[in-house]
Ligand binder design. Structure first.
Ligand code: SAM
Length: 281
């Protein structure tokens, strides 16, 4: 293959994706086919067809979501906040280029508007075309794609959104600032006076420093801060965390969860807040 990126390697006649984000650990996936590969203005974007996880979105060599386990993360980052806010009408998603979070948010009929602010138009384009198990080829008219930097977008709004979902990649490259205090401060102001936000706050196994720092930033701004977890097989360590900051609401208000999902159910809306001893903050 011409200009094959370093994280795709031929080993004994097979093609492998070698994720080598960590110094002392490499995660490898045997690949059937490179469906799409291109360097955008922001990152290297690939859709790979893997043997065990089906199609994958890979950004700069790091697996973001797959057709096999993407629903777990996307359902957890969307349905938890949308089951705590009693009447969300105006939703903002920052990042989330695979469109999975927007697809879940669109399941709420009382949501009137979903702004999806993704820095890299190519991620949305390729996920709509080649990763429809995750994106659902989203064409709901309430979803407005805005191709911009989420950091700049939130600065423009005050008292505007009911729920903000920060569905970012890891804190490197264009997503680095999405983990900084000033960004959460701007989010706080962009939310209505009873608004709430959630972000993915990385692995409690490998990124406890990032998790604690993110939780701390949000706790310093919002009267209600909560941490919840789920398990995503393709994320390093498996266990993954989300931090929720709310100006007012803190309890799950849904008594009968009625959305068509593959992972979230009524019991999980509550049990996800039960934390193992080592991540009690
Ligand atoms: N579920 C994934 C995970 O945790 O690995 C993240 C999904 S999503 C693909 C992350 C998206 O955030 C990427 O498409 C990336 O382009 C986007 N992104 C990164 N930095 C951004 C920024 N500053 N503003 C808006 N989108 C950003």
């Amino acid at each position: 293959m011409p200009d094959q990126p370093k994280y795709l390697q031929q080993l004994n006649g097979d093609l492998w994706l070698i994720e080598d984000e960590r110094e002392n650990m490499k995660i490898s996936y045997r690949i059937k086919e490179v469906v799409f590969s291109k360097s955008s203005a922001f990152q290297h974007v690939m859709i790979l067809d893997s043997y065990d996880f089906g199609r994958m979105l890979v950004l700069d060599g790091v697996v973001q979501t797959t057709s096999m386990d993407g629903y777990i993360y996307n359902e957890m980052i969307s349905h938890i906040p949308l089951s705590i806010h009693p009447n969300p009408k105006n939703v903002l998603i920052i990042g989330g280029g695979d469109c999975g979070a927007a697809r879940e948010a669109a399941k709420y009929s009382h949501v009137e508007n979903i702004d999806m602010v993704e820095i890299d138009e190519w991620v949305v384009k390729v996920c709509k075309e080649y990763l429809q198990e995750v994106s659902g080829n989203l064409s709901d008219p309430r979803v407005h794609f805005i191709f911009d930097d989420g950091i700049q977008h939130v600065k423009k709004y005050k008292n505007h959104y009911d729920v903000i979902i920060v569905d970012s990649s890891d804190p490197i490259g264009p997503a680095k600032q999405l983990f900084e205090r000033s960004f959460y401060q701007d989010i706080y102001h962009a939310l209505k006076e009873d608004g709430l936000m959630v972000c993915q706050s990385q692995s409690p196994i490998f990124h406890m420093d990032v998790l604690k720092q993110t939780f701390g930033h949000i706790q310093n701004l919002f009267p209600v801060t909560k941490l919840y977890t789920t398990t995503v097989p393709t994320y390093p360590g498996g266990l993954w965390s989300f931090t929720l900051g709310s100006k007012k609401y803190q309890e799950i208000h849904v008594n009968h969860f009625d959305k068509k999902t593959k992972y979230v159910n009524q019991a999980i809306l509550h049990s996800c807040f039960n934390l193992p001893e080592f991540i009690q903050l």
